[in-house]
Structures are given as C-alpha cells and as structure tokens.
Design a protein around this ligand. Structure first.
Ligand code: TH1
Length: 826
C-alpha cells in the first residue's frame, strides 16, 4: 500500500512555474461577476473589501476544481491517508500562496490593472489567520503545504478559533494584548458545512450495559453536548494538481442534545448554556512551549480530536475497509501532546460504539497513532489532574487506567523493576495525581519522533529515557523543515528570480537543487547580484517598518534579526546585553563609536500574557531602544527596531532582509527552531549555539560560514551540576558588569532603579538559562561578525553558501522522512 495517491506525475516535475488556470480576459469576467453577484456592487461602488472578496472567489474557482478531482482520485485509490492532528495552524496570508499555486499572479495583476485595481493593495488587505502561537503551528502549516505538493493523500485537522493569537501593541513600551479579529474582513477562504456538524459529548457518567452480543460492556452517557461544525480550507500543492483539505472545527451549541439541562422556558440559562458551549472554539491559548492546565483547554483538545477521528474513521469504514485494516488506511500524526486524548477516544469508539474486543482495538490503536514531541523543557510536558480529567471525560479516564494497568503489568513482568514501573506510569502520583500525556502518547503510538537530531537524541537520553530503553525501535528523528514556496519563492521574489536564472526553477519543488549554486559562490558577478537582492530587501523592510511602525532605519547596515516567541530559554536578554554593552563601553570611553560597524538590531516577539519575566524583557528592550536610538554618543551606528505584533506577514518581509540570524538559546533547550532555517535559506549567516537544528545547519554550511559560540549541551549540563553561580560571571567580566550596572542604574528608566529590578536580580541570582555564562563568548563572536562584514566579498560568499547548502531544510524533505521512517515504514 502506498501513501501517495499518485506518484509525482511527469508534468508535475516540470521545470517551469504553473501555467495560469485562467487568462486575463476570463479573469476580468469572473472577477466582475463575483463583484456583482456575490457582493452586489458595481465596480465603481466596490470597496477594497468587496474587491478583495471577489479576488479570492475568482482564485478559488480553479482550486475548487482541483480539490474535487483530488477527492475523487483519493477515494478511488483507497490508499492510506495521513491525518495530521494539531491544535494550531499558523497559516499566514492565503492570497499570495493561492495565486502562486494557480499560476495566476501575473494574470491577476494584468487583469486587475485593466480595471485600475492594484493587486498588491488587495493582497495587503488580507488579515492573516493566526491560528497558532509560533513554531509548532507554523510547522503544521508548512507540513500540509508539503503533503499536497508531494501528492500525498492527507488531511489536516484542527480548531477554527474565532480569535487567534492576540494582536500585540506597546503602550509606554509595555505589551498590551488586543483581540485578534482575523474574521472581521469575512472568511472567504473557508467552505463551511453546518449541516455536517457532529455532536461531541462531555462529562456525564459511565454505565454498565449489555452489548448486542449479550456481553457486559460500559457505556458513556455524556452530560452535555456541543456540535462540531467542519470548516474546510483548501491546501493547494505547488506544481501538481493535488489540493488537500484542512478541516477546522467550530463549536456550535447543540440545543437538541441539551434539552434535559436547559429547563424549557428558562431563556436566560438557555442562552448562557449556548455561550458556554460555543466558547470552546472561541480563543487560542496564547501559551507557547508551556502547557495551560485549564479545563477549557482540555475541552478544546477533546472537541477537535473526537470530531476528527470520527470523521475519518467513518469515511474509511464507508469505503468497505474492515476494522482490522484501519491501520493500512489511516495514520494519525499527533502534533505534540495536545491531540493525545485521541488515543483513548479511538479505544472508546472501537470498544464501546463498534463493540470490538479490547485487545483487538488496542492493537489497531497502537498501529494508527504516531507522536511527535516538540520540547525538552520538563515544565512544558502536559499533565491533566485526574479529577479534572475524570469529570470532563469519565469514560476516557477509565480507559486510560486500563491501558496503564496492562502496560505496567507488562513492564513489571519484563523487568521486575518497581521503580521503573512507577517512573513509566501514565499516571503521576506526585505532587498530584495526573495523567502524563507524553507517556500516554508514547505507550499508544507506533513511532515517537523528535524534531531535530540533537533533540531526538536528548529525548532518548533524558525526557523519555525509560521508554527508549524499553522500546529502542520506537524512537526516531525527523528534522523539521519549512516550505520553500512561502519562505523563499513568495517572500523573496528577487532572490527567486536570481535562483531561477542561475539554476532553473526546479528548486521550488526540490530544494536540494540549491546545491547547484555552490560554484557560483566564487563568481564575483553572481555575488554582486546577490548583494543587490539583499540591499533591495533591506530597503523594502525599511519602507515597511516606516509605514507600519514609524520606525526610521538606515538600509546600509548589518541587519541583525532576532524574531521568535519571547522566552527565557531563547535568551533575548543575551542579545540585549550585547547591545547595552556596546553602548555602555562607548559611554565609558573604552570603545569608539566610529569603530562600531553600523548595525540595526531587529526584535520581534510576543510574550504569553501571563509570563511576567517575558513581558518585563519586552519593556526593557523598548526602553533600551528609546534611549539608544537617540543617543548622540552612538552617532547613529546602532539602532534597535522592535515592531509590534510580529507575525507571518511581517516575517515574510523581514527574513529576506536579514544579514545575521540570531539563534542563541541555551544548548539543549530549543527542540529545533524553524526560523533558523528560513534565515539561512534567505542568505543570512547564523550566530548560534549548538542547539536544536542549529547543529545541523552548522554541520551543513560549514564552520567558516556560521558564527558558533557558547556552551554545548554537555557543558551546560556540567555547569548546572557543579552549581551555577551567575554573579561570579558578573564579578569577573568588566564588560558584563558595565552593561548590567547601566541597566540597574536606571539609565533606561529615567533614573528609576526599580524599573528593571526583577530582571537584574534574576540575572545575578538565578539566570536559569545561563545567559551570563555565555556572554563573553557571545561578545567575542559578535566582534568576528563585524570583522567579516567589513570584508564584503567574504560575507557574500558565506551568504551564498548558506543558501546553497541548506536545501535539506525543506519541509518536503521532512515529509519524505515521515513517509520513510514513520507512515510507510514496515
Ligand atoms: C516549538 C519548539 O519550541 C521549537 O523548537 C520547534 O521548532 C517547534 O515547536 C516546531 O517543532 C514548540 N512549540 C510549542 C507550543 C506548545 C507546546 C509545546 C511546544 S514546543 C503550545
């Protein structure tokens, strides 16, 4: 059985861009028709909103044709479908990508210009669906793009949040969150089917019953229901006919099921109950890499997973597939632990609803699920208190207890080690009884993978060590990747043209072809063109930031960029200490401003609303920016830009402009990172630690083309073991002391010494992620950065080699690894 519904067809392996699905005349006709009959306006009456919707509907037409053909083909082939279960999809703007995959970009531009409409203005009108927090959600979006591009029968399942990741604003330098009203311009990309809603139960009780064979059985009687309404998004492949589906579930109140709770005539309570149910898909939890132990979060998880599993299992059984053969036709990929409640849900479906024997159901279940772990931080591992879990999902808790009991009996039998039994239990006893979702995922999955080589190794050595000793073959690695369509072809058109001229257009579908650039790294003509592209992209972002944020930046400076969620382990504070130390040394007279290579430091970062240290770091960055950007002593040689609300839309403009990519987490803490890949592919050099996928980037691009610094993971581990005392580093490093003292003096807070007191004392007394220990090494490598930047030819050569040598980081390659190591592996 092959997962591919069709292998890559010869015409799909084309070396030219997709041919347009409509010509300009036809485009104009369909577009004006849409204006008239779906918006009800004439061209002169039409607002930008009307025109945007008409544009979307015009581009959707050829996609819908391909979508329907894909569904027919996939059903007929009756192969294996990959179902990606993810609580987050950080899609980014849709219009540009749809124009790309339909080959309609030039046609649309030409057609609209005959109507005096500027395509780019309409594209800019779109508000991106920010239905994810950061890397994990963006990875899911890259993966569904690659699954379609590789013609794999696949479906993404998730939640259609009414409010995605909050919109970040700064008020006096402090982060203030605003609701993300991404649907306020309508949702023209979505095809919703309220009539296909499914009821999802919660709470209630479990009863003894007799099944249809006269055997004793258990039956869950939920206490209340909510309807899951499917909202479909089209996921077009590039250079292929495949258009897959992303199915996001929206919660709607289910009155008919709740009649017994809502007293008839009790209007107020009936309305309140509606609101309660619909609350489930209302808002994305804004925590990244940290779990939210709230009941609503568990409701969200069960809601989308139950609807998704039922949807795909029912459709597969309808095709005549037997229960025993389900694992040949379905694979559920669990994106972290958020969808792991799917394991007991499939058991419940098979045992209680379909009346399979427990052992048969369990062997099917363990064949169907695979689990991807995305973290190493112990506090980021999800656990659910059993009382909360049992209240919301009483039957599922019973099932988990039975799975655990049988599993632990087996461990006991095989190892005779009672300590191991307790360590591996799916239920933790201390400090409170709770379900360990990572353990449940590992026990219930056929394969478990980490997201970069180092991360997968550390998973086996630390976080899941007992399990990897017990099941050595269960564990594997799939290094993350990013889609070259969005993050090179769409976001960096100038570089794309240069690549097309140099090596043809095949790289967009086969990024390994970038290696053909290698010889051009020694071609001075090519290096010059490459430098022009970078310069163009810097002017482009400078213009964007001027218009968007009122930030004025020089375009001839090192663009040094650190964009990612604000987290202590990612160490934005280390970057800040570097900047402050330059300023402090100029003030102290130990550094001449003229000797600083002009540099623009760009930060982009949202902090989880309840994460105090992260929010204070944001305030400190803004305070330092306010001071440094106007400091006469610096003679304009150093600027900080911190545009608010970093998102996919901004990333697409910012990443192509970067010279330097900051990937400076403490080694052993960043599972992979994916921004690091996007920067390297756009010709930025990385300054980074040996952490996550940096390790593989460093290895591939070569040490001469990478600014490596800091402790290794074993170094950091031994320092922690030895007892890390950050104040010792402060005492012995004069530059570090100068920088911290300047912040403590109130220099960035109008003399208020208390303003950043908690950050300063954290540095001195805790510094859990050892920024102070890596400070000297970081400063030294930044001096090397300046030296290299002064040698333009050497810099550009390294930048080109970064592009030439990082084709490995395509998400198409990641998906091929999932096929080879997980989905199709025998
Ligand atoms: C991120 C990891 O931090 C990052 O290193 C990795 O590149 C990315 O996932 C994709 O694999 C994670 N995001 C989350 C978000 C939540 C929980 C855990 C993680 S790990 C909500």
């Amino acid at each position: 059985m092959d997962a591919r519904t069709s292998t890559v067809s010869p015409e799909a392996a084309q070396d030219h861009e997709p041919s347009p699905a409509l010509d300009a005349t036809e485009f104009v006709r369909v577009f004006t028709n849409e204006l008239q009959y779906t918006r009800g306006v004439t061209l002169p009456q039409a607002s930008n909103q009307d025109k945007y919707i008409a544009l979307v509907r015009t581009v959707l037409r050829p996609l819908i044709d391909r979508w329907q053909a894909t569904q027919a083909r996939q059903a007929e082939q009756n192969g294996k479908t990959v179902a990606y279960l993810s609580a987050e999809y950080l899609l980014g703007p849709q219009t540009g990508n749809a124009l790309l995959s339909t080959g309609l970009e030039d046609t649309a531009r030409e057609a609209l210009s005959t109507l005096d409409i500027d395509l780019d203005e309409l594209i800019a009108h779109e508000i991106e669906p920010g239905l994810g927090n950061g890397g994990l959600g963006r990875l899911a979006a890259c993966f569904i793009d690659s699954l379609a591009t590789k013609d794999i029968s696949a479906i993404g399942y998730g939640i259609r949040y009414n409010y995605g990741i909050f919109r970040q604003t700064f008020v006096n330098g402090h982060q203030v969150e605003q609701p993300d009203t991404w649907m306020s311009h309508g949702t023209p990309w979505e095809i919703t089917h309220p009539e296909l809603a499914q009821p999802i139960g919660f709470a209630g009780r479990v009863e003894d019953t007799i099944n249809s064979a006269g055997q004793p059985a258990r039956k869950w009687v939920p206490g209340w229901y909510v309807q899951a309404v499917p909202c479909n998004y089209l996921v077009p492949g590039y250079g292929t006919d495949t258009v897959n589906t992303l199915r996001l579930w929206s919660a709607r109140a289910a009155d008919e099921f709740n009649l017994h709770i809502f007293n008839s005539g009790d209007f107020e309570n009936a309305v309140r109950a509606r609101t309660y149910a619909e609350n489930i898909s209302n808002v994305l939890y804004p925590e990244d890499s940290t779990p939210q132990g709230k009941e609503l979060r568990l409701q969200q998880q069960y809601f989308f997973v139950a609807a998704s599993i039922r949807d795909l299992v029912a459709r597969t059984l309808e095709r005549g597939v037997s229960y025993a053969d389900l694992p040949q036709h379905i694979t559920f990929q669990l994106n972290d632990t958020h969808p792991v409640v799917g394991i007991p849900e499939l058991m419940r479906l098979l045992v209680d609803d379909h009346e399979l024997e427990w052992d048969d159901a369990w062997s099917i279940t363990r064949e169907i699920f695979n689990y991807t772990c995305h973290t190493l931080l112990p506090e980021a591992l999800e656990v659910w208190p059993v009382d909360l879990f049992g209240r919301l999902l009483p039957r599922h808790l019973e099932i988990i207890y039975r799975i655990n009991e049988e599993f632990l009996n087996e461990v006991r039998l095989n190892t005779g080690n009672e300590l191991l039994v307790r360590q591996m239990s799916i239920i933790q006893e201390q400090p409170f009884r709770a379900v360990r979702m990572a353990h449940l995922a590992t026990v219930g999955s056929r394969r478990v993978n980490g997201v970069a080589a180092l991360h997968s190794q550390l998973l086996k050595d630390n976080v899941l060590k007992d399990f990897s000793a017990y099941w050595p073959d269960k564990f594997t690695n799939v290094t993350n990747g990013v889609t070259p369509r969005r993050f090179v072809r769409l976001s960096n058109p100038e570089l794309s043209d240069l690549l097309n001229d140099a090596i043809g257009t095949g790289w967009v579908r086969d990024l390994s072809q970038l290696s053909q650039l290698e010889p051009l790294a020694d071609d001075s003509g090519f290096l010059e063109q490459f430098a022009l592209v970078k310069a163009h992209n810097k002017s482009r972002i400078a213009a964007v930031l001027a218009a968007r944020d009122g930030i004025e930046l020089p375009s001839d400076a090192i663009y040094d960029v650190m964009v990612k969620r604000l987290h202590e382990y990612k160490r934005q504070s280390l970057k800040l200490l570097h900047v402050v130390s330059l300023y402090a040394r100029v003030l102290a007279g130990t550094l001449n401003a003229e000797d600083i290579e002009p540099r623009v430091v760009v930060f982009g970062a949202k902090a989880a609303p309840g994460y105090r240290m992260a929010k204070e770091t944001i305030a400190l960055i803004n305070a330092v920016a306010a001071r440094i950007n106007n400091a006469p002593e610096l003679q304009g040689r150093l600027k900080i830009a911190f545009p608010a609300n970093y998102n996919v839309t901004l990333a697409e403009k910012l990443i192509p402009a970067a010279d330097l990519s900051e990937q400076i987490s403490l080694a052993g803490k960043e599972a992979s990172g994916t921004g690091n890949m996007k920067f390297a592919l756009n010709g930025a050099l990385t300054v980074g630690t040996l952490d996550g996928a940096n390790v593989e980037i460093h290895e591939l691009v070569g040490d001469e083309n990478f600014f490596l610094f800091g402790m290794t993971e074993p170094d950091a581990e031994s320092l922690a073991q030895a007892g890390y005392v950050p104040s010792k580093f402060y005492e012995k490093d004069a530059d570090l002391k100068l920088a911290i003292d300047l912040i403590a003096s109130g220099a960035f807070s109008n003399g208020d010494r208390s303003a950043f007191e908690s950050i300063v004392s954290d540095w001195l007394w805790h510094d859990r992620f050892m920024a102070l220990a890596d400070f000297r090494s970081y400063l030294d490598i930044q001096t090397k950065v300046e030296e290299k930047y002064r040698d333009k030819a050497a810099w550009n050569r390294s930048a080109v080699l970064n592009v030439a040598r990082t084709g490995f980081f395509s998400s198409d390659r990641s998906i091929q690894d999932y096929l080879d190591r997980i989905w199709m592996e025998k």
